[in-house]
Design a protein around this ligand. Sequence first.
Ligand code: HEM
Ligand code: FES
Length: 344
Amino acid sequence: MGASYSAVGWNRQKKIYDWIIFSFCVVYLATFIVLTAIFNPDYTFETVLIRSTSTLAVLILHVILSIGPLTRLNKKFFPLLYNRRHLGVTMFCIILVHGAFGILQFHSLGNVNPFVSLFTSNTHYDSIADFPFQALGFFALIIFFLMAITSHDFWLHNLSPKIWKTLHMFVYLAYFLVVMHVMLGVIQYETNPVFIIIMIIGAITLISLHLVAGLKEARKDKINYNLKEEGFVFVCGVTEIEESRAKIFCIDKERIAVYKHEDKLYAIHNVCKHQGGPLGEGKIIDGCITCPWHGYQYLPQNGQSPPPFKEMVNTYDVKVKDNKVWLNPMPYAEGTERPGANIR
Ligand code: HEM
Ligand code: FES
C-alpha cells in the first residue's frame, strides 16, 4: 500500500508464482529450440531465438489480457490478477530479445543506423502485401516498455491512478499493433498459415471473453431497486450476505459494497483506491476489508486504510429492518466513520 516502496514486494505466493512463470518460459524456449533443431536444422540461431521469443511473448500477452475478464466471470482467477504485473514485465523482457535480434539480424549490417533502417529499408507504407510490418512491432514494443517501467506502485502514486490506468489501457493498442505486425509479416515471409490461424483464434477468444464479462457486469448493474423509504433503498435479505463477505449493489450508477462483519453490516464505495479493484469481491481479513486484486485494506467502519496507510473510500449508511437490508446511496466523505447496522 501507499506508505513506502520496495523494489518488489515478494511474498511466498509471489515467489511460487514467479518460479512457475520462469520454469514455463525456460521449458517453452528449450522445447522450441530443440524441435526447430530437429525439424528445421537449416534455421540460424538468431531466427530460432526471434521465433521462440515472439511466440512465447504473444502467448503470455493473451494470458495477461484474459485475466481481467476471467476474474469478472469467476473469483477463482483472482490470484492470477494479484501477480499480473510480474507476467507483464516477463513478457516485455522476452519480447525485447525478439525486437533486439530482429533489429540485429535485419538492420545492423548496413551503413544506416539500425533504427533508421527499421523505418526506411522498406517504404511500402501504402501496400498491404509489402507493408513494413516491423515498424508496427517497434511501436508495440515502445508501449510495452512504458508499461513495464511504470509497473511499480511508485509510478502509480506519482502519475496518479487515473493517468497510470490510461497509460496501461494502451495495452489494447499494443495488442492491435502486434496482431497487424504478425499478420502483415507472415504474408511476406511465411507460406504456412499457422501463425495467422493462431492469432485469429487468440483474438476471437479475447474479444469473446471481454464481451461475456462485460455483459455479465451490465446485467448486474441494471437491477432496479424500487422499494424506497426515507432515502434508503431495499437491497436484499440479511442472510443473502455471507459473514466476512459482501454483496455489491449498483444504485444511481455507483457501485456500493455492503459487508457483513461480526453481527454488523457496513457499506463502502466498491472502488479500490489502488487500481479500481472491486472491494465488494474481497473479504474481511484481520478486521479489514481486503481488496481481491492486490490486497489493499480498509476498515469497514470508516473506509480508511489502517495506519500508516492513507487511502480512504466513501462510506454509506445501512440499516436492518425485519431481516431486510436497506442502503442509503448518499455517500459520506471518504473516510467518514459510520456505526454500521446491527443484524440482531
Ligand atoms: C522492434 C520491434 C520488433 C521488431 C524489429 C520485430 C521484428 C520481427 C521480424 C523480423 C519478424 C519476422 C521473423 C522471421 O523471419 O521469422 C517478426 C515476427 C514476429 N513478431 Fe516481431 N518484431 C518486433 C516487435 C514485436 C512485438 C512487440 C511482438 C509481440 C509482443 C512481436 C511478435 C512477433 C510475432 C508473434 C512474429 C511471428 C513469429 C516469428 O516469425 O517470430 N514482435 N518480428
Ligand atoms: S489492491 Fe490493487 S486494486 Fe485494490
